[in-house]
Design a protein around this ligand. Structure first.
Ligand code: NAI
Length: 281
């Protein structure tokens, strides 16, 4: 008996890296998996069928069920085709993992519109394009579902040279919190992960040789299986950090703050300056 017997999962960008591990782990627990991957390079250029096919073969060789999808997450048509691929192969969708991603790093001074648009399109718009049709399918089916999005510490904490990627990833965390509220009545849960792992995306980062040993992308997958399964039936609207064996929650925090009770609540800028330590405490 697997934790996900009878469930159907879509994993975008699962032809390599972290997504491949998600797909293998979900299938090992009994889920039928639609392995989506555009099959391009790290910067999003190019495409091909080999990456998705390879992972489908690996799952089948291990006795699992999988089907490939080569659609682009960054378009509305692509998102609809991904849902259709899962319905044609397996008849329904219980789990969606939005994982596909690209990198085009530059400091803001050199961040031209093309670099900005490409990264926002795959990560932020791509998450919308894939989630909307699946969310509507889950609603119509009336049996709930689990949507897991991929954010990043780059957006939630900030990272030099990644204003496009960070904006997209912080946007995905906000999207997750809103969709979680909208899905509540229909039993559709929506959570996000901020992973850290050694993949082609991070291989040239500083300290990468150590990351290769300690940050295996395999270490992310159990959290995905947990979030996909009924073990997490009460977990929604949550963002998890996960990497190198550590799992924690990443929270938006609003401090206690200070309320001005006189002058109808209207602060002067000087008063804000004087009481800033209390406001931030
Ligand atoms: P990766 O480059 O190995 O995997 C991304 C996959 O997405 C690739 O297989 C690629 O072909 C696919 N993809 C790209 N554009 C696509 C599109 N338009 N449609 C369909 N598939 C597409 O990188 P990695 O590290 O496995 O990243 C997976 C996710 O985790 C990404 O969203 C990434 O931003 C995120 N992430 C990774 C971190 C890390 O430490 N590796 C840190 C934080 C977030």
């Amino acid at each position: 008996m697997g934790l996900l017997d009878g469930k159907v999962a879509i994993v975008t960008g699962s032809g390599g890296g972290i997504g491949r591990e998600h797909a293998l782990a979900l299938a090992a627990e009994g889920a039928s998996v639609l392995v989506n991957d555009l099959g391009g390079a790290r910067d999003g250029t190019g495409e091909g069928t080999a990456m998705a096919d390879q992972v489908v073969e690996e799952i089948r060789a291990a006795g699992g069920e999988a089907a490939p999808s080569y659609d682009n997450v960054a378009t509305v048509e692509g998102g609809e085709a991904i849902l259709k691929g899962a319905l044609d192969a397996f008849g329904k969708v219980d789990v969606l993992v939005n994982n596909a991603g690209i990198l085009r790093d530059k400091t803001l001074a050199k961040m031209d519109e093309g670099l900005w648009d490409a990264v926002i399109a795959v990560h932020l718009k791509g998450t919308y394009c894939c989630t909307r049709p699946v969310f509507n399918h889950m609603k119509e089916r009336g049996e709930g579902g689990s949507i897991i999005n991929t954010s990043s510490t780059s957006g939630l904490e900030g990272n030099f040279g990644q204003s496009n990627y960070g904006a997209a990833k912080a946007g995905i965390a906000g999207f997750t919190r809103c969709v979680a509220l909208e899905g509540q009545k229909a039993g559709i849960r929506c959570n996000a992960i901020a992973p850290v792992a050694f993949t082609r995306m991070t291989e040239d980062l500083m300290g990468a040789p150590t990351m290769k040993e300690t940050m295996d992308p395999k270490l992310i997958a159990p959290l995905i299986v947990f979030l996909a399964s009924d073990l997490s039936k009460d977990v929604t609207q949550t963002t998890f950090f996960v990497g190198g064996g550590k799992i924690s929650e990443m929270r938006m925090v609003r401090t206690e703050g200070v309320t001005k009770s006189d002058e109808g609540g209207l602060w002067t800028p000087e008063e804000i300056a004087a009481r800033l330590p209390e406001i931030l405490a």
